[in-house]
Design a binder for this molecule. Structure first.
Ligand code: LMR
Length: 336
């Protein structure tokens, strides 16, 4: 080959290599890391995986979603800080945990005996009151995209819990919500705010006597193996908001963002549709394990718990906007 031809050849090869690497760069997928703290085999875990599947298919691989279950990327509190800093892009924390993002009004969802059933929760979350709370997160650099259901909480403990006096002195794990801590104090228990990832070990090590949670989490975190009693009390409701880092989300190309919004809508319906059956099945499995006694409060006992916990509403008026409380009560209708 002549020197001239060699040069042309070299330049052409270099140009082709450059073009190939530019194309590869242009096609590098946008990565969404989606972190959560529960088992993959729960309604939330399955909803996150469904979002991954739909988002990747509908964007033809331009977006890659990496799901991290069971606190493998971040624990409860860390994940919220990581989201604000943009170190992770998507989370689905329980509503109780959003108070730390300046969303103190989210704690209204924790008020005891507020929801008589799942429909009452959905009327609040999917109505104007729920939308107004998600909007409030924006000033903290977070965008709230959807609410996901879990279900009613139960108590587990190392002694039977039927009467209000049974709570006296019990060290009970709660999430980081002032409403949940006030609820435990109202019945004479000692609230212990603990990340979900530590509850099993703390029960095992005797640092906790009990905890409150949805049966799907109790079973999948194996908390029933560390406890002797479970009370079906339906005193509170566990649910989530799917939230993203706002700068990241707003910076996505708009056609991708709308495909992701569609994928999330469908994943949200899927996750919420699974929640009730997952909890029913988890409770059955807990009973079948023979590891603990399961007791359901009767109407009289429930009325006594409700009366004892009523003071939480006046406590919470110190930090929850009265307008939010009124909107919640109006949308939820009468309690149980
Ligand atoms: C808990 O900490 O008990 C829950 O928030 C866990 C969850 O995300 O369901």
């Amino acid at each position: 080959m002549s020197p001239f031809r060699t040069r042309i050849f070299t330049v052409t090869v270099a140009a082709l290599l450059l073009a190939a690497s530019c194309t590869a760069w242009a096609q590098a997928p946008i990565v969404i890391q989606f972190s959560h703290v529960v088992a993959a085999d729960t309604a939330k875990g399955k909803g996150a995986l469904r979002f991954k599947e739909l988002a990747e298919a509908r964007t033809a691989g331009r977006v890659k979603v990496e799901v991290f279950a069971n606190s493998t990327l971040y624990k409860d509190r860390e994940e919220l800080e990581a989201l604000r800093l943009g170190a992770v892009q998507m989370l689905a924390p329980s509503l109780s945990k959003l108070a730390s993002l300046g969303g103190g009004d989210f704690e209204a969802f924790d008020l005891p005996f507020l929801f008589r059933d799942r429909a009452a929760f959905r009327a609040v979350a999917n109505g104007p009151a729920g939308a107004a709370l998600l909007q409030k997160l924006e000033s903290r650099g977070i965008k709230g995209l959807a609410y996901w259901d879990n279900g009613f909480k139960a108590f587990t403990s190392n002694r039977p819990l039927r009467k209000v006096s049974d709570f006296q002195g019990l060290r009970v794990r709660v999430q980081a919500s002032r409403v949940s801590t006030a609820q435990m104090r109202a019945v004479g228990a000692e609230p212990r705010v603990t990340p979900l990832s530590d509850v099993y070990a703390d029960l095992k090590d005797g640092l906790l006597d009990g905890e409150e949670g949805a049966p799907s989490n109790i079973y999948s975190q194996r908390l029933h193996e560390m406890q002797k009693h479970l009370t079906v009390s339906n005193h509170g409701y566990l649910a989530y908001a799917v939230i993203v880092n706002k700068a990241f989300w707003d910076g996505l190309p708009s056609e991708l963002r709308s495909k992701l919004e569609g994928a999330l809508r469908d994943a949200s319906s899927y996750a919420s549709s699974l929640a009730e059956a997952e909890n029913t099945q988890a409770l059955e499995r807990i009973k079948a394990s023979g590891k603990l006694q399961v007791y359901t409060l009767n109407a009289d006992e429930q009325a006594q718990w409700r009366a004892a916990m009523a003071s939480v509403y006046s406590d919470a008026s110190a930090w929850i906007n009265p307008q939010t409380l009124r909107a919640f009560k109006a949308a939820a209708g009468p309690g149980p």
